[in-house]
Design a protein around this ligand. Structure first.
Ligand code: GCB
Length: 596
């Protein structure tokens, strides 16, 4: 049971607040566990028979009061599902389901005046409406980003009820759009919790190491923070016990502080894959304190090189979907993260591309603890509705939310804002706008977009894309050996007319684990093995190659992959099978990474 407050009022129907930074640092009460659910194919619980939102929807959680009352649903008699999860793997009737499901959870609360309660969702795919005790808390769009509401004023003493309407239908103007090569897992896919915060709390803070000349004796740590109210005069303190470093600041009229901490360079251990050092930091505002673990590093480019802490690094990466290591289904635990990342480490990786949308927070945090650098991206994938202003606003919001959650993670070095988008003036306007915005959100990291090869003739692959003007790292996907003949690989030359680092953000091909044959036979492990041998040899000849994230660590579910006996709704380009068995190509990549 959590103590809650009843002090603040927010405008009716939308209690959404900016995402709280480092949610796990607070006293939380998990709402994970069994939730009742109702599958609502025609959205009977939301629209009336004229398709108008009805005041009598399922969010009322109504019960008959008199014997003659007509109420045609009952959450309490409906089945339960474990949350967090995707409904597709929890109920076999819902394996292919795309539509609306309602969820209900009850919990006990005791209102308390001096604090507030946030209701936090790690992610819900895709469109969700939330009610607390029959009153609307808010609405969220986007399947992979966290959000929270201040529900203090909606809570009552005793039993409270949260109802969530989740709709994962695909639409052309959504982000991602109507088609994409992964499973459209629906549901409350990440943790749900109540978060107890003081009436004034740190809504956001940022700590990062400033770039410095190589021989600097003193290093500077930039510190900014924002409290949840635009009020001056609040004391904010930042303290690194191990470094004996402390600073106190007073909020300005915007409720913000801005400071710099100085530390002797020789005292500061920098975060790197070899030494993923994290420092505990205590952050307080007025009388309340939270803690975090912060790593210090710099990331920048010099010509075609990527420099981590001022030194060139080759990014030995692998792409990963946010799926469970064993079978399909959304991954959502630290154990899932650890297994996937351990496979990446066994491959020799120092880098992962978390494709094609923000993964769960523990994935990023566990990678940080393990010393693995991260590329994080938003699902601006294939052919988005480039001219639709709402689509742009949606993509921008997802970018904002991705950065909001993870901007204190030292291991995140690249924000990627698009994947394999077709060239057009409309696309350029959309992506150019997004890239400029990304730089304003965070100018301490690198921006990229996974592009396509733009022209190929006489074994010359060309990469010209207007968008490369906006990125710090030029990345592109190429599938020689799979969508194009593997024999082309040794003859291939590359024209990449940019003095920027280059990442091959995808290459690969499919194989069914345990299926053997000649290297010319599709779907055999030998075919995939040969493809990796030819591709890695080819990549060695690319001038300025700064890293690669082959496609992909593990076979993943996709409705586009229908070949019976081979794909069975799995994209088989994994280096490990859906059950975690390593294919032959795994060892080719591992060996190549040993040379890097
Ligand atoms: C791509 C996409 C990725 C697909 C992959 C494939 O280029 O970026 O999402 O899954 O190709 O397997 O074709």
């Amino acid at each position: 049971m959590l103590s809650v407050s009843v002090v603040f009022t927010v405008s009716a129907g939308d209690f959404t607040l900016p995402l709280i930074q480092n949610v796990n640092a607070y006293e939380t009460c998990s709402l994970n566990g069994d939730w009742n659910y109702i599958v609502d194919v025609q959205e009977e619980g939301y629209y009336d028979y004229r398709m108008k939102p009805t005041a009598w929807g399922f969010f009322r959680n109504a019960k008959p009061q008199k014997p003659e009352d007509l109420i045609e649903y009952d959450f309490d008699k409906s089945p339960t599902m474990k949350i967090p999860s995707d409904w597709n793997t929890q109920d076999e009737r819902l394996f292919f389901y795309e539509g609306t499901v309602w969820f209900k959870k009850s919990f006990l609360a005791v209102p308390m005046k001096e604090c507030r309660t946030l209701l936090y969702f790690g992610a819900v795919n895709y469109d969700c409406h939330v009610w607390v005790n029959g009153k609307k808390a808010g609405h969220h769009v986007g399947g992979f980003t966290a959000f929270n509401f201040d529900i203090s004023d909606l809570l009552i003493d005793g039993e409270n009820t949260v109802i969530v309407k989740v709709d994962n239908k695909r639409h052309a103007e959504d982000v991602p759009t109507q088609i994409f090569d992964w499973w459209n897992y629906g549901g409350i896919t990440r943790d749900v919790k109540l978060v107890k915060v003081d009436s004034v709390y740190l809504e956001d803070y940022d700590l990062h190491l400033k770039k410095a000349a190589n021989k600097s004796k003193v290093r500077e740590i930039a510190f900014t923070a924002r409290i949840n109210t635009k009020e001056s005069g609040h004391k904010v303190e930042v303290y690194f016990p191990e470094l004996k470093l402390k600073q106190q600041l007073i909020t300005d009229a915007q409720g913000q502080v801005n400071g710099t901490l100085k530390v002797a360079a020789k005292k500061l251990q920098l975060w790197s894959p070899e030494n993923p050092k994290l420092y505990r930091v205590d952050l307080s505002v007025d009388i309340s304190t939270i803690s975090d673990e912060i790593g210090f590093r710099t990331i920048e480019t010099r010509g075609k090189q990527i420099l981590l802490n001022g030194k060139p690094i080759f990014l030995k990466g692998i792409s990963i979907h946010n799926e469970k290591p064993n079978g399909g289904g959304r991954a959502n635990s630290v154990e899932d993260a650890h297994t996937l990342l351990s496979w990446a480490q066994e491959l020799g990786c120092n880098f992962v591309r978390l494709a094609h949308y923000p993964h769960h927070e523990e994935m990023v945090r566990e990678a940080e603890r393990m010393g693995i650098l991260v590329w994080s991206e938003i699902p601006v994938y294939w052919t988005i509705a480039w001219t639709n202003p709402q689509t742009f606003a949606n993509a921008k919001q997802q970018l904002t939310d991705m950065v909001a959650r993870d901007h204190n993670r030292a291991n995140v070095i690249i924000w990627s804002i698009a994947n394999e988008t077709p060239h057009s003036a409309e696309r350029d306007k959309f992506l150019g706008g997004l890239a400029k915005y990304a730089h304003t959100l965070d100018n301490t990291r690198l921006i990229s977009m996974a592009m396509e090869v733009t022209g190929a003739s006489n074994y010359v692959n060309r990469l010209n894309d207007n968008m490369n003007e906006y990125v710090d790292v030029v990345s592109f996907n190429q599938y020689i050996g799979w969508y194009r003949d593997v024999n082309d690989a040794p003859k291939m030359k590359w024209e990449i007319p940019y003095n920027k680092p280059v990442i091959i953000s995808e290459f690969g091909g499919g194989a069914r684990y345990g299926f053997h044959g000649s290297k010319n036979q599709r779907w055999t492990e030998e075919f995939q093995e040969n493809l990796y041998i030819e591709n890695t040899a080819m990549l060695d000849k690319i001038d300025g190659l700064a890293g690669t994230t082959p496609w992909i660590l593990k076979d993943f579910r996709s409705p586009r992959r229908v070949l019976p006996g081979v794909q069975d709704y799995y994209n088989r380009k994994g280096l490990v099978s859906d059950k975690g068995e390593k294919k032959k190509a795994f060892f080719v990549l591992k060996k190549w990474y040993e040379t890097k």
